[in-house]
Design a protein around this ligand. Structure first.
Ligand SMILES: *Cc1c(COP(=O)(O)O)cnc(C)c1O
Length: 466
């Protein structure tokens, strides 16, 4: 499998290099040159497979040039064993044909563990083989950081620097990052917001000279293709559990950087019958506004009770744009450059095509709280604020009640106790056993200004072999 850049000017790469690269040299993101396609018959034959066996079927075409089948199988067994539920991604029923897929049973209680537990193992496997070292640099609005640190803490060939916006992530989220000790783990709190962090990461990938040529950067944000790849699997998993592929499914996806829902789009392209994909956003609703009115326009970032979705510009949307614009990298580049300075739109027929692929809704904080309360009262089930946005959007956008609607449960409610309290639910969610002493553990992090040179200097001085 070859991977190509969404901006058309970087060399095509194989899986190993895509895994280690992050952003392409032309500023684009890597996507597969073509996707594998599975027939209904083939998908049907996967019924009854364990999560890791299914993961092998779905992902192997993407990695086969880099990892022998048996090695990949054992890597997957290892990866999905760390999840605290035997079903790995259990489904919980809310109502007739209405479900939540719990993707928060991994070590850090958010869906990002699905990809990052695998990514850490893939990285170390490939780096060991190549006798190479990398520095991971990532920005987090909360959950990526802890999942990345947890996924890479045991990697022998990796240093990891995670930037989070100072005092803008929940205390649980911060402690999940800053209490993991190890000399290859470096937490940096930036005096700024998430987009400031993300911009510094992008700039550093663009010019890595601050590392003096002695190592290279690798990405754990969802610009890394391997993350998207791992997220395709659970769409198949949910469908097979509920009668697919012989009936089609609808999914509602709490969306920030557009990675998780893009994986759903890919699952459909690969042959899984999906009749509806709902983009669920909070007040940071650029995608919802674009889908509603063909006007792609950046607004000020808003801080909400669903911080993992407080994102002004969704990086992975570029991957969809690439397809929408007929896989023309020049068009993607000029559109996104133009979008830096003002609103842009795409040709009407392309926009109408996108509206066939996705529905969307933007949900404000009060409505999110009301949803948490309603589900708790009706179902005695506690939603985290991100998942609550998904459930609300699912209810608003649903087209056919005979089609199972599955909301991706992206985080455990115990990560967001303030939002739960604000919604008026009295029962406070408790942390699972492996995190019960989180508030007693010692923290380690460095606060730095929102300044690229300062951050790069810190990194150059602190990576292992510096
Ligand atoms: C990261 C995250 C999201 C957003 O996912 P994207 O792939 O960035 O769209 C939603 N909810 C939670 C809890 C998250 O951690």
């Amino acid at each position: 499998m070859r991977y190509i850049s969404t901006r058309g000017k970087a060399p095509a790469l194989g899986f190993e290099d895509v895994l280690l690269t992050g952003l392409a040299t032309d500023g684009g993101l890597y996507v597969p040159e073509s996707l594998p396609h599975f027939s209904l018959e083939e998908i049907r034959s996967w019924r009854g497979l364990s999560y890791s066996e299914l993961a092998f079927k779905v992902m192997y075409p993407f990695v086969e040039d880099a990892v022998p089948a048996d090695d990949f199988r054992s890597m997957l067994d290892d990866t999905y064993q760390v999840f605290a539920h035997d079903a790995v991604a259990p489904l919980v029923q809310l109502d007739t044909n209405e479900w939540v897929m719990e993707l928060f049973r991994g070590p850090t209680l958010a869906f990002k563990d699905f990809a990052l537990q695998l990514l850490g193992r893939l990285l170390d496997y490939v780096l060991e083989k190549r006798n190479q070292h990398v520095v991971i640099m990532g920005a987090t609005s909360g959950d990526t950081g802890s999942a990345a640190i947890e996924g890479c803490r045991k990697c022998k060939h990796v240093d990891i620097f995670i930037l989070h916006p100072h005092e803008r992530v929940s205390e649980v989220q911060r402690r999940q990052m800053t209490t993991v000790t190890g000399d290859n783990i470096h937490n940096i709190a930036i005096r700024g917001n998430f987009d400031d962090c993300q911009r510094m990461v992008k700039a550093s990938f663009g010019d890595q000279s601050f590392l003096g040529g002695k190592t290279q950067l690798a990405a754990v944000n969802s610009i890394n293709w391997a993350r998207i790849m791992a997220q395709i699997v659970y769409y198949f998993h949910a469908s097979l559990a509920l009668g697919g592929p012989d009936r089609s499914m609808a999914f509602s996806v709490p969306t920030g950087n557009f990675g998780d829902i893009f994986a759903g789009y890919l699952a459909r392209q690969m042959g899984l019958p999906i009749s509806q994909l709902v983009i669920a956003t909070n007040r940071n609703d650029i995608l919802h506004r674009f889908l509603s009115g063909n006007r792609y326009e950046q607004h000020q970032l808003e801080h909400t009770i669903s911080p993992s979705m407080d994102i002004m510009v969704s990086s992975n949307f570029e991957r969809l744009l690439f397809d929408l614009l007929g896989r023309n990298g020049d068009e993607v580049r000029s559109l996104l450059e133009e979008a830096q300075s003002g609103p842009v739109s795409i040709e009407d027929y392309r926009w109408k095509h996108m509206r066939k692929l996705f529905d969307s809704a933007a949900i404000d904080d009060d409505t999110t709280c009301a949803m948490i309360r309603e589900i708790f009262e009706h179902n005695e089930y506690l939603l985290d604020p991100h998942t609550a946005i998904g459930v609300k959007a699912a209810r608003l956008c649903r087209r056919d009640k005979a089609v199972p609607m599955i909301t991706l449960g992206t985080a455990h409610p115990a990560k967001f106790p303030d939002a739960v309290a604000r919604s008026g639910v009295v029962s406070q969610p408790s942390l699972p056993k492996h995190l019960s002493d989180l508030f007693e553990r010692e923290e380690r992090f460095t606060v730095l200004d929102h300044d690229l040179k300062t951050v790069q200097q810190f990194m150059a001085e602190h990576w292992k072999h510096a």
